[in-house]
Design a protein around this ligand. Structure first.
Ligand SMILES: O=c1ccn([C@@H]2O[C@H](COP(=O)(O)O)[C@@H](O)[C@H]2O)c(=O)[nH]1
Length: 255
């Protein structure tokens, strides 16, 4: 049954949603991550390595995924002074990931230093530069969290902040942003063509939200202008992850 479903999901009609998908490997060891990767087989070619796996088994996981020919979004959300972020990105460049991210709130000097560090590393190695995207307002933050942080008033409303930080990312030469689906339409309206809007934290209708606050369904996210979705617990913790993925892909393709 699962082999038949894998084969179905490998069909060319799913190529568009396959390229727009990163499955989140939010587990602490490569052994656990590898079991998930095997479950999806050839159907999934894009994975997100976040903080848990990176600190648990990062180099092993990244080189294993690379040798399997998988695309990797390294979701380490760097946030530090420009010199430190640039150094971290030079070290990350050797992993040849497809995409990596920093926090937009690190500011213009940090964003520019990040992009320049990746440009130089790519020039020196001859390897394609990873896409660099900026995290706007975390999808787990609600109005009361923003208020607690002192972000109040119309300019600090999540949509306004996300749009402002997306504009900053454009001016600093980044390739896109990570944002909630709720802000994707607003960002798409002012972003240049080809600007990536990576949306995590979506949930199929009726699915538990866990710690996600600003969330829509995968179909709604695509309709709003998302270019890529990160699919996490709604798929990876499902009783049958492959069937859960199939349902999400049908919804994404329909959108
Ligand atoms: O604003 C953000 C930025 C990153 N994430 C990451 O995406 C996944 C979402 O996982 P779910 O299980 O679907 O909630 C997770 O790895 C986060 O670190 C995010 O959720 N929101």
């Amino acid at each position: 049954m699962s082999q038949a479903l894998q084969a179905l999901l490998c069909e060319p009609r799913y190529d568009g949603v396959r390229r727009a998908t990163y499955v989140a490997l939010d587990v602490p060891t490569w052994t656990q991550a590898e079991a998930l990767v095997h479950r999806f087989g050839a159907a999934v070619d894009g994975y997100k390595v976040g903080l848990e796996l990176f600190f648990g088994d990062g180099p092993t996981a990244l080189s294993a995924l690379r040798s399997m020919g998988k695309r990797v979004f390294l979701d380490v959300k760097l946030h530090d002074i420009p010199n430190t972020v640039a150094g971290a990105l030079r070290a990350i460049a050797r992993f040849e990931v497809e995409m990596v991210n920093v926090h937009a709130s690190g500011g213009p000097a940090m964003l520019t230093a990040a992009r320049e560090a990746l440009d130089r590393a790519a020039e020196a190695s001859g390897v394609v530069r990873p896409l660099l995207v900026a995290v706007t307002v975390l999808t787990s933050l609600g109005a009361s969290d923003l208020d607690a942080l002192g972000w109040t008033g119309p300019q600090a409303e999540p949509g306004a902040l996300a749009e402002r930080w997306a504009g900053l990312a454009v001016r600093c030469g980044l390739d896109g942003v990570v944002a909630s689906a709720l802000e994707a339409r607003r960002i798409r309206a002012c972003a240049p063509p080809g600007f990536e809007i990576v949306v995590p934290g979506t949930r199929p209708a009726g699915a538990p939200r866990h710690d996600q606050v600003r969330s829509l369904t995968p179909g709604e996210a695509m309709k709003a202008g998302a270019t890529r979705l990160v699919l996490g617990r709604a798929v990876t913790r499902a009783d049958d992850p492959l069937s859960a993925l199939a349902a999400v892909w049908v919804e994404m393709a329909g959108a």
